[in-house]
Ligand binder design. Structure first.
Ligand code: ATP
Length: 406
């Protein structure tokens, strides 16, 4: 259908990049990248009108995003040439041919195009040996200045290497080492670096990618003191395990897995280092506060639980509940990964699987009916009742009412 709109407007239209790569690899990819030889925005608007979907255009870049009602997303680009005036800066855009559009891409495997117009429909266009590199399973840049032009590609290379299991070619790896040595990554803006880091931490196997980043001496670009100590590595490996465990519980709860990995990666840094990392990555003030809160909450609860675990007086279910109440799943998983105590891990597991869904029969309304004046006392009474329920000292509504009356 995209090809048909192209035909009507007499514009050559191609599916390009990651979509074609994944098509040939038989991998799933819901984002379609389309390149139009001509005015991509005009094309996107015509598609939106004919198919009843939304479109968002960026005239400055000649790009548009078409969003279909079922959530499918099509990124449209006008074939273009980008100039990077300084390393790490945003590109200046000019119109050009499909070949030039593909030449500015990161790796050969992302340079394939498939014609979508009726004439020549399905023709595979391969200017830069992409098909060969897909067969040989290798990540290769298109030219020697690629990482100087855009240092984010260093991180993209690692992400693709781990995700696809395609090693970075020797020459490309040498170019990365050179870019690191020459300090080109220093020029990389915080937001762009954050974006790449988040994409890496959202992958299924981030730990391998982090090891690779460490091997290529990339971590200190995130923070000079960031290093992969054996403890950091232990926590990272545990994160993988607890996330798998959590997913297998099928609670239908969304977890920002990258946040858990991020907390783990930075867990050996002192507070100033954590703060400095957030600043280097230009994390927004709001999000930075959120991350710092999560880290502090995690550390505090870990300390309390470690102090209590293994003591003679024993830990009650209500203790666990009130230690962990209100913590986000990300913090809970971080605690589970960070602790060295199996007992603490069991506490969190018990909370996640059972305790946190325990509720009382009675509500504030019952207290009102009993004539108790409303105020902070309500919370105290209800928490007391909840404690009794959690500890198995109250099971019925009558039990709970008895506690209230007492
Ligand atoms: P993913 O499956 O992670 O979305 P993708 O290949 O679709 O992978 P995107 O980040 O969506 O990646 O980018 C779309 C296309 O744009 C890529 O195929 C790549 O060719 C190109 N691209 C993205 N970032 C860069 C970059 N920094 N330099 C050059 N080309 C890039």
């Amino acid at each position: 259908d995209l090809g048909k709109v192209g035909d009507e407007l007499e514009l050559p239209v191609y599916a390009v990049g990651g979509f074609v790569r994944d098509l040939l690899l038989g991998a799933e990819n819901d984002d379609i990248d389309v390149s139009v030889e001509g005015d991509g925005i005009l094309f996107a608007e015509a598609v939106a009108t004919r198919m009843g979907c939304r479109v968002k255009s960026h005239a400055k870049f000649g790009t548009a995003v078409i969003v279909f009602p079922d959530g499918l997303k099509v990124d449209v680009a006008s074939t273009r040439l980008e100039y990077y005036e300084t390393p790490g800066a945003l590109p200046t855009v000019e119109r050009s041919s499909l070949k030039m559009d593909l030449y500015r891409r990161d790796f050969t495997i992302n340079t394939l195009a498939v014609k979508l117009n009726a004439e020549g429909f399905g023709t595979l266009i391969d200017y830069f040996g992409a098909y060969r590199d897909l067969r040989e399973k290798t990540i290769r840049v298109l030219h020697n200045l690629s990482f100087v032009e855009d240092p984010t590609r260093v991180f993209r290379a690692i992400r693709f290497e781990q995700r696809l299991g395609f090693p970075i070619s020797r020459h490309t790896e040498n170019l990365i080492k050179n870019a690191v040595k020459m300090g080109f990554l220093d020029k990389l803006g915080g937001r762009r670096l954050l974006n790449e880091l988040v994409l890496i931490l959202r992958e299924r196997e981030p730990v391998k990618a982090i090891l690779r980043m460490s091997g290529l001496e990339l971590l200190h670009f995130i923070h000079p003191d960031l290093a992969l100590t054996s403890d950091t590595l232990r926590v990272l490996d545990e994160v993988k395990k607890v996330i798998t465990w959590f997913e297998l519980l099928y609670l239908g709860e969304k977890v920002e897995t990258w946040v858990v990995y991020f907390l783990a990666l930075t867990s050996s840094l002192p507070d100033e280092g954590f703060w400095g990392t957030c600043t280097r990555l230009s994390v927004s003030e709001h999000y930075r506060e959120k991350l710092i809160d999560m880290r502090i909450q995690g550390e505090q609860v870990l300390e309390i639980m470690a102090r209590r675990a293994g003591r003679r007086e024993g830990v009650r279910c209500s203790d666990i509940y009130f230690w962990l109440r209100g913590l986000s799943p990300e913090v809970l998983l971080y605690i589970m990964a960070k602790t060295r105590s199996d007992e603490v891990r069991r506490y969190v597991s018990l909370y996640v699987t059972r305790l946190r869904s325990v509720v009382t029969h009675i509500t504030g309304n019952d207290l009102k009916v009993l004539g108790i004046p409303s105020g902070p006392r309500y919370r105290e009474i209800l928490d007391q009742v909840l404690s009794a329920r959690l500890n198995g000292e109250a099971t019925t509504r009558e039990d709970e009412m008895r506690i209230v009356r007492s």
